[in-house]
Design a protein around this ligand. Structure first.
Ligand code: SF4
Length: 364
């Protein structure tokens, strides 16, 4: 299949891998931002064939994983109401809140439905005028445009019974926050290719210059990831710190102007709490005042809510690249996909889920 098989070619992979080995003379810590990339790395065994000097650490780019517990608890509270149809992507249903998850609310009689697009939720709202239909709008810059489109569409139609429970997060502020931490270990980034497809690469240039880290826009196929690693390593070895985009077949440097315009029309950049990490300034999208009639938090008036993360879950540390999932004492014992203690074990993009699925039980 074009654009897939050609980026899985084993001979080319071997050639790039040889180049990585030849280029590497020192230890380097490289973070892949996106959870999709983490899974691709584990699935293809890329972490196991790199030079021993190269350590891959796994970033906070899993939207389900970084959605704060307070937001999950709000979702549970809204979903349990008789007058609500609560809609969400499937991933969110098993993410544990303080006491239960959305599946449990559903089993207790809540009308919780899995949808494949927020526009499906708009359709449900259209067909159920006597119910309040809420979509759990979680995600990075990649999913934000379609959620913005749902709010835009509902407003255009004058729908009064549709709203978003929005918890959007933004990648560049998180990269900056990790690099600013005194504990930071990251020396180079594989930037998330799909985020750049929407937002372009401009925002990364000042980060690379300020923190002296190479940033390489990277896709999700094995050759994309190997090429991304190679370009980061070459820069690190040569003392360079530029933004490079070898994923230009998908991510244009300027991003998608139409999607960015829609985001600007519907959302405003705001402070955002990240699960396990804490608040990162100006790292999220909230609905603009013009869209307050579509803001579930305002409609349901849930107010401030502060809850404690479970102590045994170290996912916040993992998502900062400071530890690996298999260093968590609960990994594979108290915490499994069947009995998850944290979102990173549930999400299809979670680092703990990747380590469990692809049997990385020991350290590299
Ligand atoms: S293994 Fe489970 S408890 Fe440990 S960090 Fe991952 S999700 Fe949290």
């Amino acid at each position: 299949m074009k654009y897939l098989e050609e980026y899985r070619n084993p001979e080319i992979a071997k050639r790039i891998l040889d180049e990585i080995h030849a280029a590497t003379t020192k230890p380097w810590v490289i973070m892949e931002i996106c959870g999709g990339q983490t899974h691709a790395i584990m699935k293809n065994g890329i972490d196991q064939i790199l030079p021993a000097e190269i350590e891959l650490v796994h970033g906070p780019g899993c939207p389900v994983c970084v959605t704060p517990l307070e937001k999950i608890d709000r979702a549970l509270e809204i979903a349990a109401r008789d007058d609500v149809i609560f809609t969400s992507f499937g991933d969110m249903l098993r993410v544990p809140g303080s006491e239960k998850d959305l599946f449990m609310v559903k089993s207790e009689g809540g009308d919780v439905r899995i949808v494949y697009s927020p526009l499906d939720a708009v359709k449900i709202a259209r067909e159920n005028p006597d119910k309040k239909v809420v979509f759990f709008a979680v995600g990075f810059e990649t999913t934000a445009p379609i959620n913005a489109m749902a709010a835009f569409q509902a407003k255009r139609e004058g729908l009064k019974n549709f709203s978003l429970l929005a918890s959007h997060v933004l990648v560049p502020p998180a990269m900056r926050a990790l690099l600013s931490s005194p504990e930071n270990r990251v020396q180079g980034y594989l930037a998330a290719g799909h985020v750049c497809t929407i937002m372009g690469i401009e925002e990364y240039v000042p980060i690379a210059a300020e923190f002296k880290v190479p940033i390489v826009v990277t896709g999700f196929e094995p050759l994309d990831i190997l090429e991304g690693i190679l370009q980061v390593v070459i820069q690190l070895e040569n003392g360079q710190f530029e933004v490079k985009n070898p994923y230009s077949r998908v991510a244009r440097n300027e991003g998608n102007p139409a999607a960015r315009k829609l985001l600007q029309d519907v959302f405003i950049v705001s402070n955002r709490k990240w699960r396990g990490i804490g608040e990162i300034p100006m790292s999220g999208f909230s609905l603009r005042d013009e869209y307050s009639d579509y803001d579930a938090e305002k409609i349901f008036g849930l107010g401030d809510l502060e809850v404690e993360e479970p102590e045994e879950c170290i996912s916040g540390i993992i998502l900062q690249g400071l530890k690996k999932p298999n260093e968590c004492p609960a990994f594979g014992t108290a915490c499994t996909p069947q009995n998850p203690l944290g979102a990173t074990m549930v999400s299809s993009e979670g680092a703990c889920s990747a380590y469990y699925t692809y049997a990385r039980h020991g350290k590299k």
